[in-house]
Design a protein around this ligand. Structure first.
Ligand code: CO
Length: 211
C-alpha cells in the first residue's frame, strides 16, 4: 500500500467511528459551522490546532503558514481573517507560534533560501531588527530564537490590530479579543504570551477613522 492510501483507509475508519458514536455527527456538522475561535498557527506538522487544544471539527477556524505570520499584503490570511471576523463572528483570534520553529531558525541565518522563502522570512528578520538589542544580548542560541518566537507572535498580534477588519469589529461589536500563544514541542504545553482585548489602544498612526 502507498503511504497516501493509508490516509484514505484511516479516514474511512475515522468516519465510521464517528458515526458509531453519533449517527447524526456529519449531518450536524454539514449544516452548521459556528467556531468561536480563529487560529493562526505555523504549518509545522507537529502543531495540529485541534489536537493540542482538545477541540473537535467545527470548533476552530484555522489558518496556518510558515512561522504564523500576518502580512498586510497576504490575501490568503486577510481573506481568512475577514471571513472569520465578519461572517463567522469569532470571539477570539489566536496567533500561536511554537518553540523550535524552523521558519524562525531559518530567518536568523544568512542562507539564501531562494526568492519566495527569502521574501517570507524577511518579515521575521524585520522583527529581529526591531528588538536587536534585547536579542543580541542573549548568548545562548536556543534562548535567543525562543525569545524571537515570542516577539514574532507579539508582532503578528500588532499586525492584526493594524487591519481595518479588526478595528471595525472592535469598534462596532467589541470583539474579537486577540491572544498570542507559543506552543512547546518538548512538553506539549501552550504558553500565553500576550493578550489584546477588543478595543485596546494602538499606535494612532495605524488607526482608521469613520470605519
Ligand atoms: Co514553525
Amino acid at each position: 500500500m502507498n503511504s497516501y492510501e493509508k490516509l484514505l483507509l484511516e479516514n474511512k475508519a475515522w468516519a465510521s467511528g464517528k458515526l458509531a458514536e453519533n449517527p447524526g455527527y456529519f449531518d450536524n456538522l454539514a449544516h452548521l459551522q459556528t467556531p468561536e475561535f480563529l487560529w493562526i498557527g505555523c504549518s509545522d506538522s507537529r502543531v495540529p490546532a485541534n489536537e493540542i487544544t482538545g477541540t473537535q471539527p467545527g470548533e476552530i477556524f484555522v489558518h496556518r503558514n510558515v512561522a504564523n505570520l500576518v502580512i498586510n499584503t497576504d490575501v490568503n490570511v486577510l481573506s481568512v481573517l475577514d471571513f472569520a471576523v465578519n461572517h463567522l463572528k469569532v470571539k477570539h483570534v489566536i496567533v500561536c507560534g511554537h518553540y523550535g520553529c524552523g521558519g524562525i531558525k531559518a530567518a536568523v541565518t544568512k542562507t539564501d533560501f531562494k526568492p519566495v522563502l527569502n521574501m517570507w522570512l524577511r518579515n521575521i528578520k524585520d522583527v529581529y531588527r526591531l528588538h536587536r538589542e534585547e536579542l543580541d544580548g542573549i548568548k545562548e542560541e536556543e534562548k535567543r530564537t525562543d525569545l524571537l518566537t515570542e516577539l514574532n507572535v507579539k508582532e503578528q498580534m500588532l499586525n492584526l490590530a493594524k487591519t481595518s477588519i479588526i478595528q471595525r469589529a472592535w469598534q462596532k461589536e467589541q470583539r474579537p479579543d486577540l491572544h498570542g500563544w507559543v506552543y512547546g514541542l518538548h512538553d506539549g504545553i501552550i504558553k500565553p504570551i500576550v493578550e489584546m482585548k477588543a478595543g485596546t489602544d494602538i499606535d494612532p498612526l495605524y488607526e482608521f477613522e469613520h470605519l
